[in-house]
Design a protein around this ligand. Structure first.
Ligand SMILES: CC(C)(COP(=O)(O)OP(=O)(O)OC[C@H]1O[C@@H](n2cnc3c(N)ncnc32)[C@H](O)[C@@H]1OP(=O)(O)O)[C@@H](O)C(=O)NCCC(=O)NCCS
Length: 193
């Protein structure tokens, strides 16, 4: 039987709710020791790649320089004071990504109400599904509850996906170089959508 055509309005109204795009929610869980070690290793690798791409370091020196930079905040044995690494998990406790947050990297900029987002990474196979936005919002809520009033980050200029996320989540540009953009969000404003 050929179904009776519906008016456009009725067609729209009859779209099942299950087709609506679900907005994921995440929780941030402090990492275990083995997760911490895995994150630091990955972070050293990732930061080296990005610094070479930016033209800041030569390929042959990048691994060592990156290890030094990352381990100055995340040494073997556990993070230095006030630095935290979290595994983000979804509603069914599945790991979906990583967050690294801490005080600003330069002591001069360090205020008790200021935090720095060093890294946000969604597991590669789960990108583009809303987890990055959910993790950013969860991080803002976490540091707000601790009394933070602003959060800063740096993003490489070619990272257009991360930049689109930060722009739409209310971050403003505070500094721009040829390769990087510094951004800030005041946390007493409405948090991410
Ligand atoms: C950047 C990153 C954290 C974003 O997380 P994600 O889960 O992929 O992003 P989401 O699905 O939450 O999307 C958030 C926004 O990012 C942008 N975005 C996501 N995927 C995109 C794509 N393929 N193309 C363009 N913009 C995209 C959109 O603005 C999107 O908002 P919208 O869905 O309302 O349009 C993730 O891609 C990632 O881990 N990248 C590698 C690590 C990295 O670069 N981290 C940032 C360091 S500064």
């Amino acid at each position: 039987m050929i179904p009776t055509p519906l008016s456009p309005e009725r067609n729209f109204a009859s779209v099942p709710l299950s087709l609506a795009v679900a907005v994921p929610t995440v929780r941030l869980i402090p990492v275990s020791r083995s997760e911490y070690d895995a994150f630091v290793k990955e972070q050293i690798h990732e930061f080296a790649d990005q610094k070479v791409r930016a033209g800041h370091w030569r390929a042959e020196e990048a691994a060592e320089l990156s290890r030094h930079a990352v381990e100055s905040f995340l040494p073997k044995g556990g993070p230095s004071e006030s630095h935290r690494v979290y595994r983000a998990v979804d509603e069914s406790n599945r790991g979906v990504g990583w967050i690294w947050v801490g005080p600003p990297p330069v002591r001069l900029l360090n205020l008790p109400t200021r935090r720095w987002l060093y890294q946000i990474t969604v597991d590669a196979h789960l990108r583009g599904k809303g987890y990055g936005r959910a993790m950013l919002a969860a991080t803002e809520q976490l540091v707000s509850r601790e009394g933070a009033r602003e959060i800063y980050l740096n993003v490489f200029r070619w990272n257009l996906i991360a930049r689109a996320l930060y722009d739409s989540a209310g971050y403003e540009v505070v500094h721009e170089s040829e390769t990087e953009t510094g951004m800030r969000k005041a946390l007493n404003q409405e948090v991410t959508r």
